[in-house]
Ligand binder design. Structure first.
Ligand SMILES: Nc1ncnc2c1ncn2[C@@H]1O[C@H](COP(=O)(O)OP(=O)(O)O)[C@@H](O)[C@H]1O
Ligand SMILES: [Mg+2]
Length: 234
């Protein structure tokens, strides 16, 4: 069996008439962590939404575990084993912490993650399990968003800007947790504004600029200047 978990071929995506992704192709191996970098508006979140079935106006081919998923809707894709931790967390504000987590597990996939293992990972969430999700701090809400994604026991997790709007100390706490989340062979794509942090946490990276891949490979194969040039489009 091939060890390619995700394969994206010539992906193009639109919002209305505005084309945002211009033919992206890449592969992700089982167990790999891929950093997806690129400046604001490059198309990182759009790529995630396209993979997860949250954006339907697209062409190209997306295959997961050798099965084409390009036209599946979001729920079906979660059931196949892809979880998104979206930019801005997007918790259900009227629900408690625990209800948000339980919703993440609704697809009924078996695996290591349960309410108990999420609470072991983030003990503060157990203390606050009955609190409305909106009453939590930004960092705690991010923990809920990560936990909700893990509750579906994904084979691939897409992490979109975990540190957005959080204080440096909280960001450090979340990144200290990351090996416990993706260290057990879970395949991940990590979008992070802090490029140094993203590259340090990954084996491969993909830099996109205005919806096109501008550089890709192993982080140590390039100089900082080469990566900056690909990032800023110099
Ligand atoms: N819902 C939307 N409707 C229209 N245009 C959008 C929408 N979301 C994003 N865009 C545009 O698509 C481009 C890529 O955005 P996005 O994928 O969010 O970038 P990134 O995540 O890399 O910052 C930007 O030009 C952005 O303005
Ligand atoms: Mg984004």
């Amino acid at each position: 069996m091939s060890d390619i978990l995700l394969s994206v071929e010539n992906l193009e995506a639109w919002y209305g008439d505005a084309k945002v992704l211009h033919g992206l192709s890449f592969e992700l191996k089982q167990g790999e962590v891929l950093a997806l970098i690129g400046s604001n508006g490059a198309g990182k979140s759009t790529l995630f939404k396209s993979i997860c079935g949250l954006l339907q106006k697209k062409t190209g081919r997306i295959a997961f575990k050798n099965e084409v998923i390009t036209t599946l809707v979001a729920n079906a894709i979660v059931a196949k084993g892809i979880a998104l931790v979206p930019e801005g967390r997007k918790l259900f504000p009227s629900l408690s912490v625990e209800e948000n987590l339980i919703l993440g597990g609704n697809v009924g996939r078996k695996g290591p993650w349960s309410l108990q293992s999420i609470y072991n990972l983030f003990p503060i969430l157990k203390e606050k399990r009955n609190a409305p999700s909106t009453s939590l701090s930004g960092g705690q809400q991010q923990m809920v968003a990560i936990g909700r994604g893990l509750m579906s026991n994904p084979d691939l997790i897409l992490l979109d800007e975990l540190s957005l709007g959080l204080a440096p100390i909280v960001i450090k706490d979340i990144y200290d947790m990351l090996p416990k989340i993706i260290g057990n062979g879970l395949t991940a794509i990590l979008v992070e504004q802090d490029v140094t942090r993203a590259l340090a946490s990954s084996q491969q990276f993909l830099c996109i600029q205005e919806g096109r891949i501008s550089l890709e490979g192993a982080p140590h194969a390039f100089t900082k200047d080469q990566i900056s040039a690909a990032y800023f489009g110099m």
